[in-house]
Design a protein around this ligand. Sequence first.
Ligand code: NDP
Length: 244
Amino acid sequence: MTIKDKVVVITGASSGIGKVTAEVLAKAGAKIVIGARREDRLASIANEFQDRQVLYQVTDVTDHQSVKRLVDLAETKFGRVDVLYNNAGLMPISRLADLKIDEWDRMIDVNIKGVLYGIAAVLPIMIKQKEGHIITTDSVAGHIVHPGTAVYAGTKYAIQAIMDGLRQEQINNHIKTTMVSPGTVDTELYHTISDEKTQQRVAKDEKENGLLLMDIANAVAYAIDQPDKVAVNEILLRPRTQKN
Ligand code: NDP
């Protein structure tokens, strides 16, 4: 079994990378369960597909029980969970001296705890199955830090450690891990930046230079579409013109 008929749960699937990845995998024949907070967006993605191939559940990844309900829906309706794609994230970047402590908290809650809650929800199921694949959207910011990205990059560096620990702990249970680390991508992510000038600069860069959503979705599909023996642990992809 490669992509076709795999049961895939995706967080942060109401827009951007998560939405397009859900569509690409569903077109390849996977059974998909999508979660995020905006129900209208989730419903319209699910409605693109027939025969309840794509199900949705309103999910807040900062709430452990909410993430568990999302994963449980997949297991109840489709009988197993082959892939969890922990993709939800925020990027309200700012300099540390601006003391935007609420934004630091939100990034830690969504980008780190959200990923951990996904792992907590799916790990007992995958251990029981003796099979599974956990994917997360990391970032080039999980490898390189710049002034203004300290906390965002900190959350993505943290994910590197968590995912590699998970990989090493779960080798004998046949659970694969993949981090997909994009550079700039043209999405709505810049909306989460509260400083207007930074928001405009990032939005312009994303529009003019960013990777397309399909580029990231194809990377996720590649990681899933591998023989049992092959674990693609990391994919780092930048626009050709992005220096750092
Ligand atoms: P989007 O803003 O389009 O997507 C973010 C998704 O996360 C949305 O579906 C949003 O849904 C969801 N989300 C946010 N908070 C929560 C929450 N509390 N609970 C559940 N879902 C939540 O941006 P992207 O597609 O770009 O972002 C996806 C991932 O890609 C993030 O992890 C981001 O860090 C990463 N990334 C993005 C890059 C870029 O240049 N765009 C580069 C590198 C990495 P809703 O609001 O409906 O809850």
